[in-house]
Write a protein of this length. Structure first.
Length: 450
């Protein structure tokens, strides 16, 4: 037993080390720059990022209005392919205090030395001390340029040594937790084996559930597809034609909306039906020999049938609008799996509690209505600046919705967003463990209450 526990802990250590390795800031597809500014007069600061010292455009920039004597903190993410950063200091004679200038990613942060800043136009003087720069500027488009690549190349050895040591400590900690909490992880492995063992039963119950839900209507299962189609059509008409919404990320708004709303409908339908799964199958819950932990999975699988149909429709819609079949479509399978894991974790908790508190299903429904607007699905979070974007990324469904859009038009692989990927799986696994624990603790009382 001790040998088996040690082997599983060692595997966990290796997996965590590999995942942590992906967080290396030198290999990240995004980089972050931070600094603080104080002006003597009301003015503006514009941050450009480019891959060419002689080419800048407003599309790859961020504008900040600054009031006199008021310090503003700037925190901006941008793709690491843009390795040239330029800071414009307005169009008036001014005194500028530039503080805490640093770049990094995740838990890495590196202060930028004065020697890497190249002053242009009317910047008369740069005084520096302890990462604080005092600039005297004049009204002739003053700016400084910073080359990230040359800076990081100087720090490469230092970054790698620190990175690998930190990765080792994180992986060692996780491995130790697996060793200590072996029984909990063993329970997860047993649960996975039960799913594999009952896979045929899950599929049969899912198909039966899908058919029974619409058995009393003339059109039958067609209603499962009609409702979301009508909903999407209404949103497209209102936002695409009524408000005449502009393209998002150079993608027509209708296509951008559909790519995000399809995974949300799957999440909504799967979670709502899985929440009431124990009550819907109360006759099976009362059977002593039946494995009731598969019931939420049955509901999620039934919702998956409709989801697969809409994925096909979405692909056809993109093809009709001139988009080509892309290898990025393959990761739809990955993001679909992400949605299933997140939904299953949530539904284990909600299904267990709903048996004792019937109103929870209505509360979940209301929360999902808020969630649709907070994800976001029908509005572009970039319109509200980098702070809102950072807050949005804490929502695990943001990762899924944004991932689907990456599949259809963003052309980004999920491993190119290591920070978001690790955060999603951390949150999802915590939710799953809490949900499964709640389900297990309350399971023995289900038959009595139902």
């Amino acid at each position: 037993m001790m040998k088996k526990r040690f082997i599983i802990s060692l595997i966990g250590f290796a997996l965590v080390f590999v995942v942590a390795f992906l967080l290396n800031p030198l290999s990240s597809k995004e980089i972050n720059i931070k600094y603080s500014l104080t002006y003597n007069k009301d003015e503006a600061n514009q941050l450009f990022y480019s891959d060419n010292l002689n080419s800048y455009n407003d599309q790859n920039s961020q504008f900040y209005a600054i009031k006199a004597k008021e310090k503003i903190n700037i925190n901006q993410d941008f793709p690491s392919v843009y390795h040239i950063v330029r800071m414009d200091f307005g169009a008036s004679d001014n005194k500028v205090i530039l503080e805490n200038l640093s770049i990094g990613k995740y838990f890495f942060k590196y202060d930028i030395d004065k020697n890497y800043l190249v002053a242009q136009n009317d910047i008369n003087e740069i005084k520096s001390s302890n990462n604080t720069y005092e600039l005297q500027v004049q009204a002739n488009d003053p700016f400084v340029v910073f080359d990230i690549t040359s800076f990081l190349s100087e720090l490469k050895y230092k970054i790698n040594i620190f990175s690998y040591l930190l990765y080792f400590l994180i992986a060692l900690t996780i491995g130790a937790l697996i060793f200590i909490k072996y029984n909990m992880f063993k329970g997860i492995l047993i649960w996975i084996k039960d799913i594999i063992r009952h896979r045929e039963l899950i599929v049969k119950l899912s198909i039966n559930d899908f058919k029974i839900r619409y058995a009393a209507s003339y059109l039958g299962a067609i209603w499962a597809f009609v409702q979301p189609i009508v909903t999407v059509t209404i949103y497209v008409f209102v936002f695409g034609y009524g408000f005449k919404s502009t393209p998002v990320s150079d993608t027509p708004f209708v296509l951008w909306l559909v790519a995000g709303i399809v995974p949300w409908f799957f999440f909504l339908e799967a979670l709502m039906s899985a929440t009431t799964s124990l009550m819907d199958y109360s006759y099976l819950v009362k059977k002593v020999v039946f494995k009731i932990s598969i019931l939420p999975i049955v509901k999620i699988t039934a919702a998956l049938f409709v989801h697969l149909f809409f994925i096909v429709i979405t692909i056809l819609l993109y093809l009709l609008n001139g988009y080509k079949i892309s290898p990025y479509y393959l990761q739809i399978i990955y993001y679909c799996f992400c949605t299933i894991v997140l939904t299953l974790g949530l539904s284990y908790g909600t299904a267990a509690v709903t048996v004792f508190f019937k109103d929870l299903s209505q509360i979940v429904n209301i929360l999902l209505q808020f969630g649709m607007w907070l994800t976001p699905i029908m509005w572009d979070y970039n319109l509200f600046g980098p702070k809102v974007a950072k807050i949005m990324k804490f929502n695990p469904m943001f990762y899924v919705v944004d991932g689907y859009r990456d599949c259809f038009f963003g052309n980004v692989w999920f491993w190119e967003k290591p920070g978001q990927t690790v955060w999603f799986w951390f949150v999802s696994l915590v939710i799953f463990i809490v949900g499964a624990f709640t389900f297990k603790r309350l399971e023995k009382h289900f038959a009595d209450v139902l």
